[in-house]
Design a protein. Structure first.
Length: 224
């Protein structure tokens, strides 16, 4: 409006409530504007209306502004406490994920034959610690012919196996055995080695062809 401006009225507010504040002409000139105090953090809108000797003018278009949260001493203490806790939770989560991943990978390397552990494995039999799977070969399909040499767990023989290789009625194989005097712990390790070999199928690695776990002695059939 025309005439001497007497004051300004500011209407401002958040989504919760609106407030009004009057700013005199002298205050406006002294500070070059107006300062809104004690605003809580959040989004705000503000409009201004000038009042002169001629009366009230029109409200301006709304102006949008944001008040950020102030970092107080209390908030700073909370941040100091929460940050290490968050880091520990993240690190703990990563450790658990890595443990689960390695455990699954190790389990998959053992193949489908399942091995069981005991605090006293001497009281187990081979049938207790190894569950036959698709690698199991009937004992009557294996024929030993001659000794090849001493292996890690017992004598290794040359022999013939029936039906262990597709499209081959009979296959010349190496037959690994475990010594009769071996402890049950050694027998478990013998079967464990066979289970690990199930996952290897490379041309430069001797391939596992089957396992005879039912009855004694336990046999591991390898390609020759």
């Amino acid at each position: 409006p025309n005439g001497l401006i007497l004051m300004y009225e500011i209407k401002y507010g958040s989504q919760i409530e609106d407030q009004r504040e009057c700013v005199s002409r002298q205050e406006y000139r002294k500070y070059g504007g107006a300062k809104l105090n004690r605003l809580n953090p959040g989004n705000y809108t503000a409009r201004i209306q000038a009042t002169s000797l001629s009366g009230n003018g029109s409200w301006t278009d709304p102006v949008f502004f944001y008040v950020p949260a102030k970092i107080t001493y209390e908030n700073f203490i909370h941040l100091i406490i929460a940050l290490p806790v968050a880091v520990l939770l993240i690190v703990g989560g990563l450790v658990i994920m890595l443990y689960v991943f390695h455990r699954k990978r190790n389990n998959s390397r053992l193949g489908n034959g399942v091995l069981y552990a005991s605090v006293n494995p001497e009281y187990f039999s081979a049938a207790d610690v190894y569950v036959p799977d698709e690698w199991e070969v009937a004992r009557e399909k294996i024929t030993m012919s001659r000794e090849l040499g001493q292996g890690s767990f017992g004598m290794v023989y040359e022999g013939v196996a029936k039906g262990v290789v597709k499209d081959e009625p009979e296959t010349r194989v190496a037959i690994k055995t475990v010594n009769e005097a071996a402890s049950m712990r050694e027998r478990i390790e013998f079967l464990n080695e066979a289970s690990v070999m199930k996952e290897f199928n490379c041309h430069h690695v001797v391939r596992l062809l089957g396992v005879v776990s039912q009855g004694q002695p336990t046999l591991v059939i390898m390609e020759l």
